[in-house]
Ligand binder design. Structure first.
Ligand SMILES: [Zn+2]
Length: 346
């Protein structure tokens, strides 16, 4: 009887301690019921350093840790604005669990207004995960986010949109690994976010030391994750910002971090095969399609010309499906994306 009583007392004490423990990310510490903003410092190394603006919202009640990462690509504004709104909206006193908001992951790209690549090292932040402590700045940003944010989270969302040059129809990626339990948790997140087009992505690498992508860094560490795409070509329109904002609130409801049920799509279009068409040469791209259009196999997606207007190549749909995005501004370099087409699951 005495032993039972002791066991009960210890359990209760642990529960209370957990609820009352502060939560630390980098040098930021939030007490339960507190919201704290500041910077994760990425010190100078082989090239210039940078800093990552982060908010930690630590709920008064215990619950999961949800990390939301915006600005992996610095010209993707709608999700960045959505997370600023969410920072103001979430009441830590009414929150169960903890939200980590990464407001602008890639500050060099954001301030220099570059698409895809860092102006400092020329690398794509969403291709260098899990990063390196002694690498170039994109690798050091990735390392900081892996160790300070993803390692601390129970679930991760990388919020993107069409980059500064990409016209895009809203959709998200559900990374599917073959681990049924993890896949189901990510799928539930994918549906809960509330978009009506979901790309089933089965081609992410499995090695946690070469995870490449933000979402896959979480996935290869056993945590559910999705990548969302809401917005396009540098726009900040309400419709795009609202999609990301609503998605975040849907996930907070899904994880029972706030009251209520997520507003999910009435029906989802599942996209089970995708291909990114890439520029065979450097030149000027003229799109012949629009995001969200359905296309037959062989349909013209656009034409690539040289700098005098001479045609270099017609870019055609490799199979019948939907256009996720298409490049909507003229310059393209060899190897860069021109369009993405996805097959609609039957
Ligand atoms: Zn992006």
């Amino acid at each position: 009887m005495k032993r039972l009583f002791v066991a009960f007392f210890v359990l209760a004490a642990v529960g209370t301690a957990r609820a009352a423990e502060p939560f630390t990310v980098g040098t930021l510490t939030a007490q339960p019921g507190e919201k704290v903003s500041g910077f994760l410092e990425v010190p100078a190394g082989v090239d210039a350093g940078t800093r990552i603006p982060v908010t930690v919202i630590h709920g008064a009640k215990p619950g999961p840790v949800l990390a939301l990462i915006a600005g992996t690509h610095g010209y993707e504004y709608a999700p960045i604005i959505a997370l600023q709104r969410v920072r103001g909206q979430i009441d830590p006193a009414a929150l169960s669990g903890t939200v980590i908001l990464v407001h602008v992951a890639n500050m060099p790209s954001f301030l220099s207004r570059t698409v895809y690549y860092s102006p400092i090292d020329g690398k794509n932040l969403n291709r260098v995960y899990p990063g390196k402590a002694d690498g170039t700045v994109s690798e050091r940003i990735a390392y900081t986010i892996t160790t300070e944010v993803i390692d601390r989270a129970d679930a991760v969302v990388d919020v993107h949109c069409g980059d500064g040059n990409e016209a895009l129809r809203p959709y998200l990626y559900w990374p599917k690994t073959g681990n049924a339990e993890l896949d189901e948790r990510s799928k539930q997140m994918a549906v809960a976010f509330g978009l009506d087009h979901i790309v089933i992505n089965t081609e992410r690498p499995a090695d946690p030391q070469a995870s490449v992508y933000t979402d896959n860094t979480a996935i290869t560490r056993g945590k559910p994750a999705i990548t969302t795409e809401t917005g396009q070509i540098g726009e900040t329109s309400e419709e795009w910002v609202r999609l990301a904002e609503r998605g975040v609130w849907n996930l907070l409801r899904h994880f029972k971090m706030v009251a209520g049920e997520p507003e999910v799509a009435a029906a989802v279009v599942w996209l089970d095969k995708s291909e990114v068409l890439r520029a065979p040469e450097t030149g000027i791209f003229y799109a012949a399609t629009k995001p969200g259009y359905t296309v037959a196999q062989g349909a013209l997606l656009g034409t690539l010309t040289d700098f005098f207007g001479n045609k270099l190549a017609d870019i055609r749909a490799p199979f019948a499906g939907m256009v996720n995005y298409v490049i909507a501004t003229p310059p393209v370099s060899k190897g860069e994306p021109l369009a993405m087409v996805s097959r609609i699951q039957q």
